[in-house]
Design a protein around this ligand. Structure first.
Ligand SMILES: Cc1cc2nc3c(=O)[nH]c(=O)nc-3n(C[C@H](O)[C@H](O)[C@H](O)COP(=O)(O)OP(=O)(O)OC[C@H]3O[C@@H](n4cnc5c(N)ncnc54)[C@H](O)[C@@H]3O)c2cc1C
Length: 402
């Protein structure tokens, strides 16, 4: 692993740091998970994304003709590190930037890239992910939403569920069944659907955080132009998996985990326990040290993967490892905060007596959701054991019965 930066990279870091010092809003709410139920907050978040993009700090690895800067992975890593350091607000268009964007770069037509990629960066198009259905979560390939070709259009009928951000998204990248007679992985296609198309109904679902973060989405004779098909007809499973790997890397990013650890340490230094700051308590200190070691290990693993990426090595199962480790660790960090808070722990953001504006109980619940979203921990363990360690596949139902 190479832990050094070139003088050019160090100079670049300095310029990012200076920009962030001038531009990160002073009154920010970065310690809260991103729950988008407030139009004013959505508008502010879009404005922040536009500002970051205008400065050139977003999607730096994308080709220049689509709004990126064509840099190698190091520049974006430096920007991400500096964002953590500056406690910068989150980016609202992450599903576009980190999931469908890279997928379009790999599988999209030239027209799709030119049409969609620049608008992802400027937050003009916010995307949501239409994968899960009632009866198709971990077993995603069982999905039943149908799309039938009618001239130059697909006609979509069916239902998605747990669709994060569909309540304000402009577009959905969606998996549909286009050949019901083929084996289940072979009859799926990947469509881009304008959320304003007639026949789409979005019904918010309230999460245990109390926020309407995700939704049910119903399709009734929704007409989608054929040109919105990504990759080949009935070969969408491959495209879907490319997006999933990007999603798992996004959920497995060290950024949020480092920010949570910083916030936890600040909490321990300010929250009183037996007349002293909690951070003076040896039991709390040990707990913090154990968590800090896990965060540091995760950071070093990210550097190892970065070295692999710079040297052009294939990432293997790293997306599954990152997703598993980061989401479980984020939940453990929130759990430690609740314990430090003691009886203040459960007090939510609407309670005057809540500490840290009630962020921790919210974070505790939100981080539990992300252990499930993007593929559960059990599914990541299956992937790691089967594809990474070469262990035998789990028995399929008929084999299990035999
Ligand atoms: C916060 C959040 C946001 C989400 N956002 C989106 C979104 O934007 N778009 C979208 O399409 N979906 C989204 N999802 C849905 C998510 O992808 C699914 O919830 C997830 O894949 C699990 O599917 P399921 O809920 O149907 O559970 P099931 O698949 O029914 O699983 C139930 C339990 O069984 C276990 N299990 C199932 N199969 C196996 C197996 N083979 N081996 C071992 N254990 C197994 C699971 O680990 C789990 O514990 C979101 C979910 C959450 C919680």
């Amino acid at each position: 692993m190479d832990l050094t930066y070139t003088p050019e990279e160090e100079a670049f870091r300095k310029s990012v740091r200076t920009w962030l010092a001038r531009n990160v809003p002073k009154k920010r709410r970065d310690e809260r998970p991103l729950e988008w139920d407030d139009p004013k907050r959505i508008a502010q978040a879009k404005a922040w994304q536009r500002k970051v993009h205008a400065a050139g700090w977003l999607a730096m690895g994308w080709p220049e003709e689509y709004g990126g800067r064509g840099f190698d992975v190091m520049r974006q890593t430096i920007v991400n590190e500096e964002m953590v350091r500056a406690r910068a607000p989150g980016i609202i268009g992450m599903m576009g930037i980190q999931m469908v964007g890279p997928t379009l770069i790999q599988y999209g037509t030239e027209a799709q890239k030119r049409r969609f990629l620049p608008r992802i960066l400027t937050a003009d198009d916010i995307w949501c992910q239409g994968y899960s259905e009632p009866g198709a979560g971990s077993d995603l390939a069982s999905l039943r939403t149908r799309a039938e070709l009618d001239g130059d259009f697909f006609v979509v009928n069916g239902q998605k569920v747990w669709t994060s951000n569909a309540q304000f998204a402009d577009w959905m990248f969606c998996l549909v069944r286009t050949d019901p007679t083929a084996p289940k992985h072979a009859g799926i296609s990947y469509l881009l659907i304008d959320m304003k198309t007639p026949g789409i109904t979005v019904r918010p679902l309230v999460q245990m955080t109390g926020d309407p973060g995700f939704n049910e989405v119903f399709f009734e004779d929704v007409r989608v132009p054929r040109e919105n098909l990504v990759g080949e007809l009935n070969r969408g499973w491959q495209v879907a998996n490319a997006t999933l790997a990007h999603e798992r890397n996004m959920l497995g990013a060290t950024t949020r985990t480092q920010q949570m650890l910083q916030a936890l340490v600040r909490l321990a230094q300010t929250q009183q326990r037996n007349g002293k700051p909690a951070s003076a308590d040896p039991v709390v200190r040990q707990r913090l040290a154990a968590l800090a070691i896990r965060v540091e290990t995760m950071k070093l693993e990210a550097y190892r993967q970065l070295t692999d990426a710079v040297r052009g090595r294939r990432p293997g199962i790293s997306a599954a490892v990152n997703k598993l480790v980061a989401t479980e660790l984020n939940h453990d960090l929130a759990k430690a905060a609740l314990e430090i808070l003691g009886s203040y722990g459960p007090l939510g953001r609407h309670d005057r007596r809540a500490r840290s504006r009630g962020v921790w109980p919210l974070d505790y619940m939100f981080s539990l959701g992300l252990i499930i979203g993007g593929g559960t921990s059990q599914i990541q363990k299956n992937i790691i054991s089967e594809r990474g360690l070469g262990m035998p596949k789990e028995p399929r139902p008929r084999e299990a019965a035999a």
